[in-house]
Design a protein around this ligand. Sequence first.
Ligand SMILES: Cc1ncc(COP(=O)(O)O)c(C=O)c1O
Length: 380
Amino acid sequence: MIPPFDLTRQYAGLKEEIDAAIARVLARGRFILGEEVAAFEEEFAAACGVAHAVGVASGTDALYLALRACGIGPGDKVITVSHTAVATVAAVELAGARPVLVDVDPRRYTMDPAKVEERITPRTRAVLPVHLYGCPADLAPLLEIARRHGLFLIEDCAQAHGARYRGRPVGSWGDVAAFSFYPTKNLGAFGDGGAVVTNDPALAERVRLLREYGWAQRYVSHIRGTNSRLDELQAAVLRVKLRHLESWNERRRQIAALYAEYLTELAGQGLVLPGEPEDSWHVYHLYVVRHPRRDALQAFLRERGIGTLVHYPVPVHLQPAYADLGYPAGSLPVSETLAREVLSLPMYPELTDEEVRQVAEAVRTALMHIPFSGNGDEPH
Ligand SMILES: Cc1ncc(COP(=O)(O)O)c(C=O)c1O
């Protein structure tokens, strides 16, 4: 059995370091916004190449607080994508703004810069690309559009810790960026967690106020805030793991290269592998292949003990909760095709070369059994 992810392997490799970090926090007896959070914020900001990081309770909150720190709220519009975790769109609505959804680039699977400008109106306040699967969005044209129209560029980095675009880390390109430390992420806590990063001291300060009831001093709210704090235990764990992030990302890239070595020749049978854009350093949070008969491929692999996942089976604009956003089927065609075809193969740094070979072998066998006419129109 090869599961799609396995967090027990990571803990087994770091047990001593992590147990010591947890014991240190327990002995100190301070659990909220103490020295572990402060130290992690400094270390994470340095890793992202920015001046400030603010620890918060989740990636969703990081996006929500980033938007609010930019002053975005009711009456405002934010351009983002439908091919993403629903959290991206949920955060825009949590802030009170309206999401405007555009299609993704068929190569990177991230926001298509060519689709953005036509959706800008006087109410638009921000562009919110997602570095999906660990692949940086095409930030240069997005930044250029945002600057020309006076919009904020807010990066959703939840799946891309350590990824680089034109040699610079994601999260350092926009006005502000949001990270998630959900346990399965490239940098994951043992529970929920997130961070907002920025070079702008005023934005960072607003997020600090917002995450704790708007308090500038204890018990006195200067703005209306919320409770979205990162706790000391999570910060202590994240500090240990952050030291390994770069080598884990290198290993993810090795695994991606191994998959490519085994699977490239299956292109003639309809299998599309993820590409790494020349301008980017992809960190393969997920290794996502495409096939027109994805469901059959997934079922075949499941029977052979190989666990896969689909990120994501329904684009946000076609989910029941978001029907009233007003995007009918067919309105975002690339996103809709991806939702039908994507399949995430097992990908985590602790996978062995032998397991990667077994997964690839099973994919090869599966494709011999799954008829594919080459026109991409097979029933699903
Ligand atoms: C692209 C993206 N954005 C936002 C989030 C939200 O993060 P969280 O689950 O920590 O709230 C996630 C993770 O689920 C994500 O993958």
